[in-house]
Design a protein around this ligand. Structure first.
Ligand SMILES: [Zn+2]
Length: 675
C-alpha cells in the first residue's frame, strides 16, 4: 500500500495530516509499518558498533518512529472525536500492541546498556541543559519501564502491560456504550418542564439523530451530576436522570476497574513501589503518596463543612416545596433556586450573552491577543478530520506564523464526553515541526438556524482548553519529547487553569459577553452577582471533586497483597466514608463505572492533579498583571519562562522563575473558601 498517507510526511502546511486522504483502512497497515520501522531503528541503535554517544543513541531514539508518531496522533484523535465501530475495534487490538511495542524498546538490554553508560557519564558529555535533561528523562523512563528487572520480572511486566492496555480500551468502549444506553428518553416536551426552549429543541433533535423521532432524549454527559438537574421541575425525572448517570458502567466497568487496580498494584510491586500511586507520583511534582494524601486530607474537612452549610440552605428551600429530605437529585435544582433568590442570578438568562462564535473570537482569541499579541485567521481551505472541526492559523505578535489551532466544539454521538486538547503535530526544532493542536468540547448542537449559546461553565471550559492549546502553540523546544504539554501530569492543568481567568477579567468579558440578537452588553452588576453566586457553590464543587480524587486514590494506593475488590460499589462506599467525604447528597464527580480519567485516559492516581495544579494557578492569577506589570508584559514573561519550555526544564523551577519565589497554598484556600 504505497498510497498510505501515513508512510510519508504530510506535504500540507504545518504537516497537517492529510485528512482528505486518510481512510479507516489506512490505520492498521500504518501501525504495522510504524512499529516495525521503529523496532528496526531501535535495533540498529543498539547494534551500532560505534561506542554510544548522545547523538547516535539518545537523539537517534528521539528521531525514531516517524510513521508511528503520525498514525498514532491521527488515530487516537479520531477515536476520541469521531469514532466508529471499526475504529473502536482497532483500538482494542492496537492498544495492547502499542504497549508491547513500548516494552520491546524499553526492555531491550543492549539499548539500555548504551543509555546507562551515557547516563553514568552524563556530566562529562558537554551537553547543553535541554540535552542533559533529555538523557536523564530517557534513562528514568527506561528504568521506570522495568529495564533493570530480571528476565522473569520483565516477562510478567510485559503480560501485565498487555492486559492493562486491553482493559483500558475495553473500559473506554464500555463507558461509551453505557453512556449511550443510559440516555433518558421522555414522550412529551411537557415532561421537560424547566428546561429552556433551546434545550427542549436540542433534546428533540437528539432523539431524531438516535432514530427516536417524536421523543425527547437527554444524553448523559461524562460526569455524574447532569446539567439538566438544575432546571427540571419533575422530581421523578430528575431522580431517573441522576440514577441513570450514577449507575452507568457499574456492571461492566466495575469488575474491570477492580482487576485493573490489582494489576497496577502488582506491577508497582515488581518495580519496587508499595502501590501504583507511589509508582506514579514518584515521577510527578508531588513526589510522594504522603504529600498528596496530606494535601487532599487537609481540604476534606473545610470542604465538607462548606457543603453541609450549603445543604442546610437547600434543604430549607426544598422543605418549602414539601420535600422532607434533600436528595442528590435535588441539589442542583435548589442550588439554582437559592442562587437565584440570594444573588438574583438566573444562569439560564446568561446564555443569550454567550454566543459561541462571539465567545471564541471576542473572548478567547481576544484575551490571547491582549496577553500574548496573538492573532487568528480561519483557514477554511484546510480540511480537518470532521466537517465540524475548524482550522485557524495562529500568528505571533510580530506577524510570523506560529501554528494551527483546530476547534471542534459541538457534541455528536461519535465523540466521547468531556473536553480536551490534543496535538496532531508536536513542535520540535530537531524535527523542524511547528505545532498543530486541537480543542474538543461537547456543546449541544443548536437546532438548525439557531445560535449556539453557551452556559457559564461551557464558557469557562472554552477558555480552559484554549490554555492547553497555548501551551502547545508556544512550545519552543528542541526535542519532541519535551513539546508543549509533555510535562508532569500534576502540572499540565496549570496553564489551562490560568487561562480561565480571562473569562471574567472585565476588559475581556465586556468585549465578548453581548446579547446575540440585540448586541447589548451583559450588565456588570449581573457579572458581580454571578461571581458571588459561584463562590456560594464552592462547597459542592470542592466536595464532588475531592470525592472523585479520593476514590481514584483509594483504588490506587492498594498494595499487591490486597485481594482483588469483589464488590466495587461497596468498595467505593467504604473508600468515601473512610476519607470522611461520603455525603449522600453529593456524589463524586465520577464514579468507578465511568471514571475514564483513571481507568482509560492516563490519569490513574492522577485525578488529584487538578487541585494540585490549582495551587499554582491561584498564585499565578494574582501575579498576572500585578506589581505595575502590564498584562502584555506578564504574558510575555509567562510565555518565555514557562509556557514555551514544555518539559525541557523542571516544572517547579519554571514556576519559581515566574513568581520569583516558592508557590504557596494560601490563594487557593482563599479562592475556594477553605480557610
Ligand atoms: Zn484541562
Amino acid at each position: 500500500m504505497s498510497d498510505n498517507p501515513f508512510f510519508a510526511p504530510s506535504t500540507l502546511v504545518y504537516e497537517l495530516p492529510p485528512f482528505a486522504e486518510i481512510r479507516e483502512e489506512h490505520y492498521r497497515p500504518a501501525f504495522d509499518r510504524g512499529m516495525a520501522d521503529q523496532l528496526a531503528e531501535a535495533a540498529a541503535i543498539a547494534a551500532n558498533p560505534e561506542p554510544p554517544t548522545f547523538e547516535n543513541t539518545v537523539v537517534a531514539l528521539e528521531r525514531s518512529g516517524a510513521v508511528l508518531r503520525r498514525v498514532t496522533a491521527a488515530f487516537f484523535n479520531q477515536d476520541s472525536s469521531d469514532t466508529t465501530p471499526g475504529i473502536q475495534e482497532l483500538d482494542a487490538e492496537i492498544s495492547p500492541r502499542l504497549a508491547a511495542h513500548a516494552d520491546a524498546i524499553h526492555l531491550d538490554a543492549a539499548l539500555f546498556a548504551r543509555l546507562d553508560a551515557l547516563h553514568a557519564a552524563r556530566h562529562e558529555l558537554g551537553l547543553d541543559a535541554e540535552s542533559l535533561r533529555l538523557l536523564e528523562r530517557r534513562h528514568t523512563a527506561f528504568v521506570r519501564a522495568g529495564a533493570r528487572l530480571d528476565a522473569d520480572g520483565q516477562r510478567r511486566l510485559r503480560e501485565i502491560n498487555a492486559e492493562l492496555a486491553a482493559d483500558a480500551a475495553a473500559f473506554r468502549k464500555n463507558t461509551h456504550d453505557a453512556s449511550l444506553a443510559g440516555a433518558v428518553a421522555v414522550d412529551s416536551a411537557a415532561a421537560l418542564d424547566g428546561l429552556s426552549a433551546t434545550a427542549v429543541a436540542a433534546a428533540a433533535e437528539n432523539a431524531r439523530a438516535l432514530g427516536q423521532d417524536g421523543r425527547w432524549v437527554l444524553s448523559l454527559k461524562n460526569f455524574s451530576n447532569q446539567s439538566e438537574l438544575a432546571a427540571l421541575t419533575d422530581r421523578a425525572l430528575r431522580e431517573r436522570l441522576l440514577t441513570a448517570s450514577l449507575r452507568r458502567g457499574l456492571d461492566t466497568n466495575g469488575p474491570l476497574a477492580a482487576r485493573m487496580a490489582a494489576l497496577r498494584a502488582e506491577r508497582a510491586a515488581l518495580l519496587g513501589h508499595p502501590s501504583h500511586a507511589s509508582y506514579v507520583v514518584a515521577d510527578e511534582t508531588a513526589g510522594t503518596v504522603e504529600a498528596v494524601s496530606a494535601m487532599l486530607g487537609r481540604l476534606v474537612a473545610p470542604a465538607v463543612a462548606n457543603a453541609e452549610r450549603e445543604a442546610a440552605d437547600l434543604a430549607a428551600a426544598a422543605a418549602a416545596d414539601g420535600i422532607a429530605e434533600l436528595a442528590a437529585h435535588d441539589w442542583a435544582f435548589y442550588a439554582e433556586k437559592v442562587r437565584a433568590e440570594r444573588y438574583e442570578v438566573d444562569t439560564a438568562a446568561l446564555r443569550p450573552y454567550f454566543e459561541l462564535e462571539r465567545v471564541l473570537r471576542d473572548g478567547v482569541f481576544h484575551a490571547a491577543n491582549l496577553a500574548y499579541g496573538l492573532t487568528f485567521t480561519e483557514r477554511p481551505d484546510l480540511t480537518a478530520y470532521h466537517p465540524d472541526a475548524r482550522v485557524f492559523e495562529v500568528f505571533d505578535a510580530d506577524g510570523s506564523a506560529l501554528g494551527l489551532f483546530i476547534g471542534d466544539f459541538h457534541a455528536r454521538e461519535s465523540k466521547r464526553g468531556g473536553a480536551w486538547m490534543n496535538e496532531l503535530v508536536p513542535q520540535s526544532r530537531l524535527l523542524g515541526t511547528r505545532p498543530v493542536v486541537v480543542n474538543n468540547l461537547n456543546i449541544a448542537r443548536p437546532a438548525p438556524g439557531e445560535a449556539a449559546l453557551l452556559s457559564w461553565d461551557e464558557v469557562r471550559t472554552l477558555f480552559h482548553e484554549f490554555g492547553h492549546a497555548l501551551h502547545g502553540l508556544f512550545s519552543d523546544v528542541h526535542y519532541p519529547s519535551f513539546a508543549g504539554t509533555e510535562v508532569p501530569r500534576d502540572f499540565v492543568e496549570f496553564p489551562s487553569q490560568v487561562n480561565e481567568m480571562w473569562m471574567t477579567r472585565p476588559e475581556v468579558l465586556a468585549h465578548y459577553a453581548r446579547h446575540h440578537v440585540t448586541g447589548e452588553p451583559l450588565d456588570a452588576a449581573v457579572v458581580e452577582r454571578m461571581l458571588a453566586a459561584e463562590n456560594y457553590g464552592q462547597g459542592f464543587r470542592t466536595v464532588e471533586y475531592l470525592a472523585a480524587a479520593l476514590l481514584d486514590w483509594a483504588w490506587h494506593t492498594r498494595t499487591a497483597a490486597d485481594p482483588v475488590v469483589a464488590d466495587p460499589e461497596e468498595f467505593e462506599a467504604r473508600a468515601l466514608a473512610g476519607a470522611g467525604i461520603a455525603l449522600a447528597a453529593v456524589p463524586p464527580r465520577y464514579r468507578t463505572g465511568y471514571f475514564n480519567h483513571v481507568f482509560s485516559n492516563g490519569y490513574s492516581a492522577g485525578y488529584y492533579a487538578y487541585i494540585w495544579s490549582e495551587v499554582l494557578d491561584a498564585e499565578t492569577v494574582e501575579w498576572f498583571g500585578a506589581n505595575g506589570r502590564g498584562v502584555r508584559e506578564s504574558g510575555q514573561l509567562f510565555r518565555e519562562r514557562l509556557l514555551s519550555r514544555g518539559g525541557s526544564r523542571d516544572a517547579l523551577e519554571c514556576v519559581r522563575d515566574v513568581l520569583g519565589r516558592e508557590p504557596e497554598i494560601g490563594p487557593l484556600l482563599a479562592r475556594r473558601g477553605l480557610e
